[in-house]
Design a protein around this ligand. Sequence first.
Ligand SMILES: *[C@@H]1O[C@H](CO)[C@@H](O)[C@H](O)[C@H]1NC(C)=O
Ligand SMILES: *[C@@H]1O[C@H](CO)[C@@H](O)[C@H](O)[C@H]1NC(C)=O
Length: 348
Amino acid sequence: MRCSSVFALAVAAPASAIVRFHCSQLVVERLDPLVSPGMIPSPHVHQIVGGNSFNATMHPEKDMPGESTCTTCQFSEDFSNYWTAVLYFRAQNGTYKRVPQLGNNQYEKANGGLTIYYMQDAIYDPAQKSKVTAFKPGFRMFIGDINARSLSEAARFRYLTYTCMDTWTQRQPETMAFPTKKCKEGVMITLRFPTCWDGKNLDSPDHMSHMSYPETGTFESGGPCPATHPVRMSQVMYEVLWDTKRFNDLDWPAAGSNPWVWSFGDATGYGNHADYVFGWKGDALQRILDTPCYFDEPACKKSGATLQSLEEMNNCRLKTVVDEDIGSDAWLDALPGGFQAQYHPGDV
Ligand SMILES: *[C@@H]1O[C@H](CO)[C@@H](O)[C@H](O)[C@H]1NC(C)=O
Ligand SMILES: *[C@@H]1O[C@H](CO)[C@@H](O)[C@H](O)[C@H]1NC(C)=O
């Protein structure tokens, strides 16, 4: 018995990596090179992190690491861009104010932004023994449905969730709609991208169909990839922490309702979505994925990776291209782009 438990410990050592790192805010504005390439401004406001080659147009053949001069991500070889929509608070008089972001736990000094995970197996599994393939240059993907306004419309995106955080490290329970109570620390969104690739296309017209969630079960349960999307990729997950606490003392709508509205007008939360444009330098991501490391920076560094300080990350900034008030200071009569809060048709 004793022998086998020692053996069990030995096999629990990670075989490959699970990494968690932060990326500070690069820019907050109406640009979207994935869904609305070339549009200045794009329809709704985004918050973007990563390499400073981010722009209204980003051709897949573009060498992002080569064109960036800095990145807001902790891994200095990660020039990818990661972005989401932006959250707004709707006051009882119908005006809007942007909800800023906070650094995450362990990254309290970061200037907003978001936390990224790349994992091979379930987050709680220290063995991380699966072998996964890194994304290729030019790869990009999107997840979510900006038009979803009900649970049934959002059901296939059950990996895009909200956590009402009463403590700084709370991660459960997760809901698919906006929380309706005042959360003591903030509201976190957790966004898990699909992990099965068709092995051929770096992108697709809807930016989703070249990827798939597992055929059965989940990534966490080791669910198999469908035959159409046979290549098991790393699970990319974002955590974004919205500083909703600062709005808790203002007037809120009646109990059971919420004051949050996404930058594209969704006041239900079901339109939650996220964008990913791969931009790691050379084989840096694959080297990290193949290095035994379980949330352990010194071990991850054995891949040859270099990590920036939070100060260096915070210092990488991009000037806005779109010159407009996005509701950081003033209360706006409409969201940038003219959106107004849309509720589920049955709710109002
Ligand atoms: C963005 O694109 C414009 C025009 O295509 C170009 O002038 C500008 O330098 C680009 N910015 C960055 C940061 O690459
Ligand atoms: C609307 O409500 C906000 C929040 O209470 C307040 O700060 C702002 O002054 C109000 N605007 C108008 C025009 O009353």
